[in-house]
Design a protein around this ligand. Structure first.
Ligand code: PEP
Length: 255
């Protein structure tokens, strides 16, 4: 079922103590201030997961996720973490296909397809990111790029497995840059994604897929972005590191 979700991506920020403290603040603020049914997911570095999973508040829809997994189940992959390991410390979600992983760590569509499978096999729900670079936007190729990322990364799934995914449209030129897609630009792409899903899996699956927007989302622009028909919430980087900013974004769905 399509849901309203605000997910935070802490990236490689916060030491152990800082992360636990921020997560506790978020849990308390959600308990005190959130009156809607929106869901909150915090994707922390691996070091925090085991501890914050014990503070997560399922009654108030606050859960946690990882930011990456390796595609193999186990083995000689020094420094990597498998889906089952992330799951064993309480992760329920995992961000896959983030543009930083695609760009800096060579994650191809083919690798991402394997990671999606590994996540689902271990009951981790992927938050699968897609989005175009600045060049791809300016040359008008962005629809093709996004469609291809979906086709190569997740369209090998049958409808039942696809239904476990959350998608995040994250224009690369808007991530961490302070540049945000306008609500119209974001809505145009979200509607396009839903159409591509409808063509592949049918109208019901398309209608029930949660599609988040990510890219310099903040307390001032969240309401206009999230009020677009096909935008179901946000994947938040920088603004998820400040509890008050993050909560204000979450509270966009209070009314
Ligand atoms: C992200 O990295 O997923 C992201 C959306 O970052 P920011 O909000 O900082 O642009």
């Amino acid at each position: 079922m399509r849901k309203n979700i605000v997910a935070g991506n802490w990236k490689m920020n916060l030491n152990f103590e800082e992360g636990v403290s921020l997560f506790s603040e978020i849990v308390n603020m959600v308990k005190d201030e959130v009156i809607g049914k929106q869901e909150v997911i915090v994707c922390s570095p691996f070091i925090h997961l085991n501890t914050i999973s014990k503070l997560a508040d399922t009654a108030n829809n606050v859960s946690i996720g990882a930011q990456n997994i390796h595609q193999a189940e186990s083995g000689a992959y020094t420094g990597e973490i498998s889906a089952s390991q992330a799951k064993s410390v309480g992760a329920e979600y995992v961000i896959l296909g983030h543009s930083e992983r695609r760009a800096y760590f060579g994650e191809t569509d083919a690798i991402l397809a394997e990671k999606v499978d590994a996540a689902l096999k271990n009951s981790l729900f992927p938050i699968f990111c897609i989005g175009e670079t600045k060049d791809e936007r300016e040359s008008g190729r962005f629809f093709d790029v996004i469609k291809s990322q979906l086709e190569k990364g997740v369209f090998h799934l049958d409808a039942e497995h696809f239904g476990k995914l959350i998608l995040a449209y994250e224009p690369v030129w808007a991530i961490g840059t302070g540049l945000t897609a306008s609500p119209e630009q974001a809505q145009e792409v979200h509607a396009f994604i839903r159409q591509v899903l409808a063509d592949k899996y049918g109208a019901d699956v398309a209608e029930n897929t949660t599609i988040l927007y990510g890219g310099s989302c903040n307390p001032s622009n969240a309401a206009t972005l999230f009020s677009q028909k096909d935008i179901d919430g946000g994947l938040i980087g920088g603004a998820s590191l400040k509890s008050r900013d993050f909560l204000e974004i979450v509270k966009t769905f209070n009314s």
